[in-house]
Design a protein around this ligand. Structure first.
Ligand code: PLP
Length: 392
């Protein structure tokens, strides 16, 4: 698919793992609508301006729920992002004395709250993923069964490797052992078909601005009826003020205190409507680009690709290391000389890089997505070839 927006500095944007850009048709208009036409505070006043805004938010919630296979819209709350959502789930659920089993590929959105919980007396057991970045379900099962486990937490797809975790198996394992499965879906939403009615996750969180192609500042949290974390934030929900001194327990209000991000939510509604029609086409397109990039990099001198082997399933993330040139140096040269935006470093995932043996120098990550073309990939491969010739 052709990009519809360009920026003077960036010709080739390959950091979709961080955030998607450009946004698909309708998103900018929907955000603007949330600041102009549907801009009253929703769920508060009973005048038509406010009611229209509430209805628009309801429609966005319904469209996101349908796209993700959520049958009851009450189970889907809008959050500022995946970080906030995973913090809500972990900090709202786990108390000192609980035991939680996590995968070693987790992003800091999960690792940091887990570290904080460990300091408060929650037992955190981390299961190492293999060299492809995939956790082994049998190993998880053994660790889960070795103690009274309250929850298993795992990413759906890796932001360093693009690897896809065996989430349905982990759901079965967690449930057979009386535990909940909590999933960080930040890199999965949009890039993988997600049916939350069947996935087996008791909680699933996602950023709105990555594969879901919406604006920054909005995300979603699905909570199955089996999962009822305490709210992290209490405040206005637009109702119940006379009878409820505490945060009401009704969903989604319990998890949506304060004025919502109406422009962001409407933008996300528009991007998900776009995805409802185009996601499959987009995924096939991304898979072709991933293969082209992966294959091309393997042909270059000194590079290796982290994560799944060529052709194995992955979301459109390809991270590479070179045996003589640092990721930082490559990223800098790609940007300044070739107009290619790609991210070097640890990608907010030191656990993952430790697992892969790349924590000292990090990696160079290409996150492919909406708007990228085979020509973009060709340009990147030529640029890398030139840089290897010059810098080694
Ligand atoms: N989890 C994973 C796997 C991610 O890749 C990211 C973002 O990079 C997050 C969580 C956090 O998402 P956000 O920054 O949108 O809150």
């Amino acid at each position: 698919m052709a990009a519809t927006v360009d920026s003077p500095e960036t010709r080739i944007y390959l950091d979709h793992g961080a955030t998607s850009w450009p946004k698909p048709p309708g998103v900018i208009e929907a955000v603007a609508n949330g600041l102009t036409v549907l801009a009253a505070n929703p769920g508060r006043g009973a005048y038509r301006f406010a009611l229209d805004t509430s209805r628009a938010i309801h429609s966005a919630r319904r469209d996101v729920a349908t796209f993700l296979g959520v049958a009851d819209t009450h189970d889907l709350s809008f959050q500022p992002g995946c970080t906030q959502a995973m913090n809500l789930v972990l900090l709202g659920l786990l108390v000192p004395g609980d035991r939680v089993v996590a995968c070693s590929m987790e992003h800091n959105a999960v690792a940091r709250p887990l570290n904080a919980l460990a300091a408060r007396g929650v037992e955190v057991v981390v299961v190492d993923a293999d060299e492809a970045g995939v956790v082994d379900a049998d190993e998880v099962e053994a660790v889960v069964a070795a103690g009274r486990t309250r929850a298993v937490v795992c990413q759906h797809a890796g932001n360093v490797t693009g690897a896809i975790q065996p989430i349905p198996d982990l759901g079965d394992i967690a449930h057979a052992n009386g535990a909940l499965l909590l999933v960080d879906g930040a890199q999965a939403g949009g890039h993988l078909p997600v049916d939350l009615g069947r996935l087996g996750a008791d909680a699933w969180a996602c950023s709105g601005h990555k594969g879901l192609l919406g604006p920054q500042g909005v995300g979603v949290l699905y909570l199955a009826p089996t999962c009822e974390p305490a709210e992290l934030v209490s405040g206005g929900t637009g109702g119940g003020s006379s009878e409820d001194p505490l945060q009401p327990l009704a969903r989604p209000e319990r998890y949506e205190a304060g004025t919502p991000n109406t422009p962001g939510i409407l933008g996300l509604g528009a991007s998900v409507r776009f995805l409802s029609e185009h996601a499959e086409e987009l995924r096939s397109h991304e898979a072709v680009l991933v293969r082209q990039l992966h294959e091309g990099i393997l042909d270059l001198d000194g590079f290796s690709v982290l994560g799944p082997s060529l052709g194995a399933p992955r979301v459109p993330i390809v991270s590479v290391v070179h045996d003589r040139i640092s990721a930082d140096r490559l990223a800098f040269a790609l940007d300044r000389r070739y107009g290619v935006a790609a991210r070097a470093g640890l990608h907010c995932a030191p656990w993952a890089h430790r697992t892969l043996g790349t924590v000292d120098a990090g990696a160079l990550r290409f996150g492919l997505g909406y708007g990228n073309t085979p020509d973009d990939v060709g340009t990147v491969l030529n640029a890398l070839r030139e840089l290897v010739g010059e810098l080694t």
